[in-house]
Design a protein around this ligand. Sequence first.
Ligand code: NAI
Ligand code: MG
Length: 365
Amino acid sequence: SNPSILILPGDGIGPEVMTQVRRIIDWFGEKRGLVFDVSEDLVGGAAYDAHGTPLTDETMAKAQAVDAVLLGAVGGPKYDVLDFSVKPERGLLRLRKEMDLYANLRPAQCFDALADFSSLKTEVVSGLDIVIVRELTSGIYFGEPRGIIEEGNERVGINTQRYTESEIDRVARSAFELAMRRDKKLCSMEKANVMESGVLWRQVVTEVGKDYPEVELTHMYADAGAMQLTRWPKQFDVIVTDNLFGDMLSDLAAMLTGSLGMLPSASLGAPMANGRPKALYEPVHGSAPDIAGQGKANPIACILSFAMALRYSFDAGEEADRLEASIETVLAEGLRTPDLLGEEGVAPVTTEGMGDAILAALEAS
Ligand code: NAI
Ligand code: MG
């Protein structure tokens, strides 16, 4: 049977950008023989409006059964007054939790036509293509004990960094598998010089590395890693790190390349029966209520999220390359959604106009 995708457009600009992704998915079916079984469902505020919950049990079950979930964005001012238990974000959190998506992949990819957009020098970011793998379900954001306690006559704020061997092992495996599909270079970042969890992290990643002899493994202290990421990011291919360091390093890496409208992400879990990981792909951006309904949204972050699905869930790396090259082509031709406008005198294209151009570039590829 065909590989399956569940599409959850969500709220705000989510459905707008997803419409363009749908056209691209259909193109791959018609023109490249890469046919997907696509189903679509509600999440977030849209699901709350229809069912009184941001994610129904039926949708959750579908998400567990498909090869990949593609999500737009959730949330919006209309839902800010809702009780926390039914807030749109809860739909996304439930997906991540029940699918047990412990490896968060955040690529930092520089399209040459946008290299000037970066806050760094063009030669530092031009051609950049790295991925940060952040552990997402454990570490200091979850460790016990936690809380604010009274001690003597003052208050103490407590969080605990705690990683089990199996938690490190599984995210390390995700990162090594990723490195195998890329340039076979993995850099693990922790603070083994001052943290016990860092010492264990380094040991376990090194042990997992014995199963991946082709991958060149290096270790770096996370603070030095932050410095190297801004000094010369092209030295890296895949970086694996814990939840806290990954939170900061992935935001830092994101800004190496510019607009929020360009940033895809993937969250991966354990391998399924077919050997591929459980997977949810989504743009990094939110529902952008300030521009929703105006045709201004940049669909590229969501389209690049589908390119990641092609590469990491569907073994279609060459097709992912084709799609990314088409995006590079339209950017080089000067097409810009409003978020990408720097210089004066360039007329922006609409969300659909960008979709049209990418389809035309695919057709010509
Ligand atoms: P946001 O990412 O939605 O927007 C931030 C700024 O970037 C806005 O000015 C927006 O217009 C712009 N922007 C974002 N994506 C864009 C795109 N594709 N093209 C052009 N411009 C784009 O973050 P914000 O404003 O903090 O949150 C808005 C809503 O989205 C909130 O309800 C928030 O909870 C939700 N949200 C949802 C996320 C998700 O579904 N994963 C992630 C972040 C926020
Ligand atoms: Mg963050």
